[in-house]
Design a protein around this ligand. Structure first.
Ligand code: GNR
Ligand code: NI
Length: 174
């Protein structure tokens, strides 16, 4: 593994974050190199997950690391989530594309996750807790959906304005 790269993360209201992503046809070395860059980008930004669309790539690819040690990256190609319960889990969510904004979203507490792994092998497993929250947040990204889309219009518009102000201030400091 050589020369990984930190990619630029798009922020709201970038219209590219609203696109619907395309399935991946083959898990090959080029895709694995891209997923390595996504993992490095996620670690650099202190995130627990990242969808390819957040770095401007419209393929259905997600990376995640829920470990405290930040040494257990997971890779999801063409992930599909299916709710397994009517029980809802409220969680205060954040998003690297909506920095400094956090709010509560309720999602199914238990889901099945079907995907191809780093080697291209099919996996089917159950997810609960933070894993369930995060994979649903990421699959939403692949469909052009952000967690603020579940909030009131007032909260959503305030969130976008807050991010625009933050990004502008960052640009002026750089
Ligand atoms: O880093 C992240 N933390 C987080 C916290 C609660 C619910 C979801 C997430 S995902 C987020 C990274 C991100 O934006 N992934 O798309
Ligand atoms: Ni996100």
């Amino acid at each position: 593994m050589i020369a990984m790269a930190v990619l630029e993360i798009l922020t709201v209201p970038d219209p590219r974050l609203k696109e619907v992503c395309e399935p991946v046809e083959t898990v090959d070395d080029a895709l694995r190199a891209f997923m390595d860059d996504m993992v490095e980008t996620m670690y650099d930004a202190d995130g627990i997950g990242l969808a390819a669309i957040q770095v401007g790539d419209l393929r259905r690819v997600v990376v995640m690391d829920l470990s405290d040690e930040r040494d257990s990256p997971r890779h999801f190609v063409n992930p599909v989530v299916t709710p397994l319960t009517e029980e809802m889990l409220p969680y205060s969510e954040g998003c690297l594309s909506i920095p400094s904004v956090y709010d509560e979203v309720e999602r199914p507490a238990k889901v099945r996750v079907d995907y191809l792994d780093y080697k291209g092998n099919p996996v089917s497993e159950e997810a609960e807790g933070l894993y369930a929250v995060c994979i649903q947040h990421e699959v939403d990204h692949l469909n052009g959906v952000l967690f603020i889309d579940y909030l009131s219009r007032l909260k959503r518009e305030r969130a976008v304005k807050k991010v625009q102000k933050l990004v502008k201030a960052r640009g002026e400091a750089a």
